[in-house]
Design a protein around this ligand. Structure first.
Ligand code: F3S
Length: 279
């Protein structure tokens, strides 16, 4: 059985940076926590917990020691509440997420209604829109939602960093007919685009696709959806333990990819498990 492993599978720049910062900080600070999971990988969060990094969701419960701000950022209000406390702050927000936050804030200050192309419930999205304030801010997940926007004089668009380019382009086009003036900031991160392109290509070649990553990881779930459209035999798994021998009965080639928050050791374990089944 041929195994096609995506070159881009696994940690992106921002996640690598955040986890390295967390491990370094864990060595330095006897009392340390992260505000929410630092990345969307339950296995990596557990590894950090073993190094003393607790996950605390409620800022009211963080009163001393050090706090790590997760890679996909927090809201402006949460940041102010953390800054008001006497804490050592390790800001592991990915610089690309920070850029999207800054653009949303600037657009709002410049009088634009801010449209964020993304998933309303995702913490990164909630963080970005919070920097735009409360007035004329809209989160739209797709073309259908964009078409329901009211007519607005000036619209500025930013994207959740893990959006698919095609979805973003459709939303931008819909916004063209919703305003007199449109400013578009493509804040989709390259890491996402590269992973999605490679996933598409592998799904077109393989008889079965494995997409590895946290079930709570938006970019992994999106990779799985992209692959499933091309190769219906696609499984989204978190670890090698979920792999079943019976999946591989009539299979000649397996494609493997992983989300941007999937640790390398999990990818290696999946690869080895698939290689064993294919012997
Ligand atoms: Fe940052 Fe892009 Fe990763 S926004 S966290 S480098 S997917």
């Amino acid at each position: 059985m041929e195994i096609l492993l995506a070159k881009s599978a696994g940690f992106c720049f921002g996640v690598k940076r955040a986890t390295n910062m967390a491990f370094d900080a864990a060595r330095e600070h006897p009392k340390i926590c992260s505000h929410g999971p630092i990345i969307h990988s339950p296995q990596m969060v557990e590894k950090l917990r073993e190094q003393g990094v607790d996950v605390v969701s409620d800022i009211d419960e963080i009163n001393d020691g050090a706090v790590i701000i997760r890679s996909h950022g927090i809201s402006a209000d949460e940041l102010h509440r953390i800054l008001a406390k006497d804490l050592n702050i390790i800001d592991a927000t990915c610089p690309f997420v920070k850029k999207a936050q800054d653009i949303a804030g600037q657009l709002s200050r410049d009088g634009y209604a801010v449209v964020l192309a993304g998933e309303a419930e995702h913490p990164e999205v909630q963080g970005i829109i919070s920097y735009a304030g409360n007035k004329d801010v809209f989160t739209v997940a797709n073309l259908e939602e964009a078409e329901k926007l009211p007519y607005l004089k000036k619209i500025g668009i930013v994207a959740q960093t893990t959006q698919s380019y095609d979805n973003f382009a459709r939303i931008v086009e819909a916004c063209l007919s919703k305003c007199q003036e449109l400013r578009v900031f493509n804040t989709i991160c390259d890491a996402t685009t590269v992973r999605q392109q490679e996933a598409r290509s592998l799904a077109g070649q393989a008889d079965l696709m494995l997409v590895i990553g946290g079930y709570n990881s938006a970019n992994t779930s999106r990779l799985a959806r992209i692959c499933k459209k091309i190769q219906p035999v696609t499984y989204h798994i978190e670890t090698a333990a979920e792999i079943r021998d019976e999946w591989f009965g009539q299979i000649d080639s397996v494609g493997i990819t992983a989300g941007a928050s999937t640790p390398q050791w999990i990818i290696d374990e999946v690869y080895e498990r698939v290689a064993q089944v294919g012997k």
